[in-house]
Design a protein around this ligand. Structure first.
Ligand SMILES: *Cc1c(COP(=O)(O)O)cnc(C)c1O
Length: 354
């Protein structure tokens, strides 16, 4: 309400406050933008990835990750996943290296970062930048440190369903001063030092532009919502973990259904996917559950089968091809109760048994 009363709705001091709070949270600078997709796009552009370059990326992700790469003119190279964590398999990614490969974009599926150390070791060996798509992982830890506190460039989303939301929004977190400088300008149409002027309560009327920029800045309205949500992270985290642990307990007696091996003292579960048994008819199961009032999700259709991203010369992706059609995400959000979880499990088992 303070932002609305002030009637300055664009990017100003509230965005600076949100960025300062995020900097405290991560222990290094964050730059806010209007979506997670924009965060990925700007991070790639700041690494000077563009036309003809290649970026290694797991096929099992939201299409946003692929489109962010394509937006730079580079080609997203779909890679296979680790069957246990459903995150990038860097050994598979290594087979897809070419002289054009410039970066790798691991996706922290459901909040777990998979073998992130292995991915960084691989990237270092091959001279690749790492842009982490941490849209699922706000609040998660990896090996005792917050996701975002370390690593090359880490991008988050604050869209309406993420662990915290600003309505729509995202941020880029990095210790690389050069990248920070570039993305601060690039989110405001490339207008040099416009972020700094806005944070001083001024406007830029005369300026230079030296690089391609986009209209990707966050508004003060979004930042105000984000700040309140950040203050509630612990509450949301506790609830998500409580619900996911309950799913784990309830599903433990159904060994035909596989679950992610999350350690909930580290991971904040963003989604709760189960792997249906081979031959299960997901479509029928989903429609039976919907008839019972339980909406389920599919995270995700693989990207390498989409018309725009298909590559007939690519090596096969056997793990993702086998797993993706059997993934079913059960409801998971902080407004659910433990009784809701029990009921979702009962409906799933009922739907499986026909
Ligand atoms: C949500 C999401 C994004 C994109 O974030 P937006 O804020 O919706 O643009 C990117 N990658 C993954 C894995 C996501 O879940």
């Amino acid at each position: 309400m303070a932002v609305l009363d002030k009637e300055f709705l664009g990017m100003g001091l509230e965005v600076q406050r949100f960025e300062n709070a995020l900097e405290t949270f991560f222990g290094r600078a964050a730059v806010c933008v209007n979506t997670g997709t924009a965060a990925l796009h700007l991070a790639l552009q700041a690494c000077e990835i563009g036309h003809g370059d290649e970026v290694l990326i797991p096929s099992l992700t939201y299409v946003a990750s692929f489109q962010a790469v394509a937006a730079t003119g580079a080609n997203p190279v779909a890679c296979d996943i680790n069957p246990s964590t459903l995150t990038l398999d860097w050994r598979d990614a290594e087979k897809r290296l070419s002289p054009k490969t410039k970066a790798v974009m691991p996706v922290h599926y459901s909040g777990g970062a998979g073998d992130l150390s292995g991915i960084y070791a691989f990237a270092e060996r091959c001279g690749l930048r790492v842009i982490e798509d941490a849209a699922h992982a706000f609040g998660s830890n990896y090996k005792g440190a917050r996701v975002g506190a370390n690593g090359d460039i880490v991008c988050f989303s604050f869209d309406g369903i993420k662990n915290i939301t600003s309505g729509e929004g995202g941020c880029i977190v990095t210790g690389d001063q050069n990248i920070l400088r570039k993305v601060r300008d690039a989110r405001l149409l490339g207008v040099e030092k416009d972020s700094e002027r806005r944070y001083a309560g001024e406007r830029s009327w005369e300026f230079d532009v030296t690089a391609q920029g986009w209209r990707y800045h966050m508004s003060d309205i979004m930042a105000a919502i984000g700040l309140v949500q950040l203050g509630r992270l612990e509450e949301f985290t506790d609830k998500r973990r409580l619900l996911a642990r309950r799913y784990d307990e309830q599903l433990a007696s159904f060994p035909r259904l596989s679950r992610l091996p999350h350690n909930y003292s580290e991971v904040v579960p963003h989604i709760y996917p189960v792997l249906l048994p081979d031959g299960a008819d997901r479509k029928t199961i989903r429609s039976r559950m919907l008839d019972a009032g339980v909406q389920t999700g599919v995270h995700y259709q693989p990207n390498h089968v989409l018309t725009f991203f298909r590559d007939s010369d690519a090596l096969p992706l056997p793990v993702v091809d086998n797993i993706a059609p059997r993934l079913l995400s059960l409801p998971l959000h902080p407004d659910l109760s433990l009784a809701d979880v029990d009921s979702c499990v009962n409906h799933l088992i009922g739907a499986l048994n026909g």
